[in-house]
Design a protein around this ligand. Sequence first.
Ligand code: NAD
Ligand code: AHE
Ligand code: ZN
Length: 374
Amino acid sequence: TVGKTITCKAAVAWEAGKPLSIEDIEVGAPKAHEVRIQIYYTGVCHTDAYTLSGKDPEGAFPVVLGHEGAGIVESVGEGVTNVKPGDHVVALYTPECRECKFCKSGKTNLCGKIRATQGKGVMPDGTSRFKCKGKDLLHFMGCSTFSQYTVVADISVVALTDKAPMDRTCLLGCGITTGYGAAVVTAGVEKGSNVAIFGAGCVGLSVIQGAVKNGAGRIIVVDVNSKKEEWAKKFGATEFINPTTIDKPIQEYLVDITDGGLDYTFDCTGNVGVMRAALEACHKGWGESIVIGVAAAGQEISTRPFQLVTGRVWKGCAFGGIKGRTQLPDLVDDYLTGKLKVDEFITHRKNLNGINEAFDVMHEGDCIRCVVDM
Ligand code: NAD
Ligand code: AHE
Ligand code: ZN
């Protein structure tokens, strides 16, 4: 199949707000500095649902969604040196070119090299590798893992040991890495510090995992779904609060029970009201709040500037601040040596034909991650 178009199944999002439809699509051969991957497993992240809903200002259709995928390299284009056919890989929506201003800054995991075309849903040369019924389909987040074959830029892929099962490593492509990195890398939670985590989905539970690893003191989880208490405690939370059951604003409550506020807070909900509460629950003088959740087009955050004047810090991160090509292999080692939980996040499994049910279970509230067998 090297150099030839491959026909395979993919879940296509024809328009916003409609279920995905399983289609035969044509996947073009990888051009220079591109990699064609046979996707074996993909997770479904809340962000896929967000873009499908039509609320993502960058969302465009028709598109092949999915950004939490693992597979095996089928073929590579000219000039690709970091992976080869047969390598087990994870796709990276935060690429790492190691040459751009961002990559060389040492201050961020964001990479500027292909962000413009990635946001438009095309490959770096401005064209698509996907066709269906004679029409071009757009790529998504530089990954498009809801297809049995996909093409990504070489800087958007990392090879991982084949000792790690792909139905687990796929989750390192977004949710688990995002939460863990937010605690360990972006916040740099210190031993004994108190943290609050808003939203106990895959991302929030993984923030707990990072906070535990760094030796946090109190780990307070806030979620409107009381069923998440058991999950939060399983991952190491010391306390759980359902904010709908208390009679004052959650930030006031948290400040009261923590002698002035938290050292670190994390928004893992995407709700701008929650983001404000998370910032205002921080301790005066030094508390830091990390925004991880993705909010819909038009949504804005606000607080009294006094909150910042008095030393609270508002920041955020994508992919936890983790550099995928450099750091994911270490996370996989941690998984294989029992230091990083991954299996525990998988509550549901579906086949490609049942991928819409993965979105249904996400909205029902009992799903942490659904892994789709492609
Ligand atoms: P999820 O839907 O599995 O979990 C969200 C949790 O938040 C649920 O348990 C829900 O009950 C809870 N919640 C909702 N409203 C709440 C409220 N008002 N107060 C407290 N809890 C509330 O989602 P996920 O896959 O874990 O993703 C979480 C968020 O992070 C999403 O917005 C997603 O788009 C975003 N995300 C961002 C990045 C990044 O790189 N920045 C990466 C992955 C996901
Ligand atoms: N297109 C959205 C932005 C969505 C967003 O912030 N995405 C995160 C990853 S979420 C993964 O589940 C991200 O990587 N952000 C950095 C970037 O460069 O996109 C919008 O609102 O426009
Ligand atoms: Zn995601």
